[in-house]
Design a protein. Structure first.
Length: 511
């Protein structure tokens, strides 16, 4: 018994008096660590303050798998970036995650700055990045007809790629869960105490005990570290603002286009996405607010102006949404992945900013190896290494699709017209491991609501499905993203229940 709560392991074996490992944070790093630890016979639990996985930094980033040429040689960032990049093909295949190696171009627009490309090339070679080379303007224009007229040369990295960050995070978490890792959502950690050979974590849902704690809390990782260590670390939330353009603009460039980087990062990029959109951004603004992910007029104006320095005629009239994300910038611009020297059993996974998404497979393995070597967990005999995502009928032949609809008519009922997402896909998203419970949960798993109308058409239908399918969810308390983000205020329940379609649905449920 932990505090006033009983906990049960994912396999239903019985009450868990103390976890072997608690991971704080269900972002892409925490979920990658959870998956790696799920290879072992250990009671592992992930605590997440939000209502779902992928609700922090992991949901709002550039969706880039970096090649690894701009990290400082010899740094942990450089090592894990290159390792993670190399692991991504197999991981994406095993977990059914959209991933493409489209390559990246770092564009030089001033002959006097060409030395910056040479420096990146040398860094990349030292870091072990394959097939890097500098290309001249003639070849660059053939590769990218919309490149700036001022472009003189570029560093070409064919190993760079693009990925769906939502699907990657969700897939890692689902696979960990299937292999026995417990996830506890809406469970914010407020305090951690070292109690001899274990830890007590005070949460919004009572006290949880664990022999080991892995701190993968993103922009809050320094807060938890500093509760236990006399050697403080400091993380600054660094905001990046983006434009997302319609699929009609998705072919404006064919590679990820970067500016020459500065001390604030890789600058404004222009890149296709794996789903056919065009992404432009981010800015880099340091702030104190760890929840301040609002966009600003100034930030988006900066994105528009600087993107034009490398790519001409970016069709910003095709913008369908803008968003901002926060990066966990550690003062020394380095990943911190280690057992805290003055707090045995507390493992930091902190300062995971770009290239954190690219590095996540290697981060997961490194952190899990630290834990496993310390505690000597036995490997499972039957680890499930693969996972299938939400079934997408668009990938089927017409004959296969017709047969699917015949067997499951919900796949023939289109809910999201912009992205052509069916009711069957939404039902799959709800009822699969760690299923969706909110509009954003559905959106990240199926793309319903991510199209041109940005959920203007499909939201009411998705809400109806959530209210029908998720235990404890009604139309009155459906949320956009958990917590207080309800969408309906002051519903007339009697009027709603007596609407013909709802009365019919209620009657069928009763039967």
């Amino acid at each position: 018994m932990c505090g006033a709560f009983s906990f049960f392991d994912a396999a239903g074996k019985g009450e868990v008096n103390m976890y072997d490992v608690v991971i704080i944070g269900a972002g892409v790093s925490g979920s990658a660590i959870a998956r790696e630890l799920s290879r072992y016979d250990a009671n592992v639990c992930v605590l997440e303050k939000a209502e779902d996985v992928c609700c922090g930094t992991s949901k709002a980033n550039s969706a880039i798998i970096h090649a690894g040429y701009d990290c400082e040689p010899g740094s942990l960032m450089a090592k894990l970036n290159v390792e993670g990049n190399a692991m991504m093909t197999e991981l994406a295949r095993d977990l059914d995650v959209p991933f493409e190696r489209i390559g990246s171009l770092v564009v030089c627009t001033d002959e006097a700055a060409r030395g910056g490309l040479e420096e990146l090339l040398e860094k990349g070679k030292k870091n072990g990045v394959p097939d890097l080379r500098i290309i001249e303007r003639d070849e660059l224009v053939k590769m990218e007809p919309n490149i700036s007229d001022e472009a003189v040369a570029a560093l070409y990295a064919p190993s760079a790629g693009i990925v769906c960050p939502f699907t990657l995070n969700i897939a890692l978490a689902e696979n960990a869960n299937v292999n026995g890792v417990e996830f506890r959502f809406n469970t914010e950690v407020f305090a951690i105490r070292k109690m001899g050979d274990h830890f007590e974590l005070e949460t919004g849902n009572g006290t949880i005990e664990s022999k080991c704690v892995v701190n993968a809390a993103g922009v809050y990782a320094d807060v938890f570290h500093n509760m236990l260590s006399s050697h403080p670390i400091h993380i600054t939330p660094r905001k990046g603002e983006y434009y997302l353009l319609d699929k009609s603009a998705g072919a404006h460039v064919h590679h990820t286009i970067f500016m020459l980087p500065t001390k604030m990062g890789k600058g404004i990029l222009v890149s296709p996405t794996v789903h056919g959109n065009l992404l432009v951004g981010p800015t880099a603004t340091d702030q104190e607010d760890r929840e301040g992910n609002n966009t600003t007029r100034e930030g988006l104006a900066d994105v528009a102006a600087k993107s034009a320095l490398t790519v001409k005629n970016v069709p910003l009239r095709s913008v369908i949404t803008s968003f901002a994300g926060l990066r966990a910038h550690e003062d020394h611009h380095e990943f911190i992945i280690r057992e805290v020297p003055d707090c045995e059993g507390f493992i930091d996974v902190a300062g995971i900013e770009s290239p954190g998404l690219s590095s996540c497979p290697a981060i997961g393995k490194m952190a899990a190896d630290i834990v496993e070597k310390k505690y000597g967990f036995a490997k499972k005999e039957h680890f499930i290494a693969t996972r299938k995502g939400v079934l997408n009928p668009a990938k089927l032949s017409m004959e296969e699709r017709n047969e699917l609809i015949r067997k499951s008519p919900a796949y023939g009922n289109i809910i999201c017209r912009c992205e052509t997402i069916s009711e069957g896909e939404i039902l799959d998203a709800i009822h699969r491991p760690l299923g969706a419970k909110s509009l954003d949960g559905i959106k990240r798993r199926t793309r319903a609501g991510m199209g041109r109308c940005q959920a203007g058409f499909c939201s009411p239908r998705v809400m109806e499905i959530l209210a029908r399918e998720v235990p404890g969810v009604t139309m009155e308390n459906v949320t956009k993203a958990g917590g207080a983000s309800k969408l309906i205020v002051g519903i007339d329940k009697d009027a709603y229940d007596t609407m013909p379609e709802n009365a019919e649905r209620a009657a069928k449920s009763a039967d």
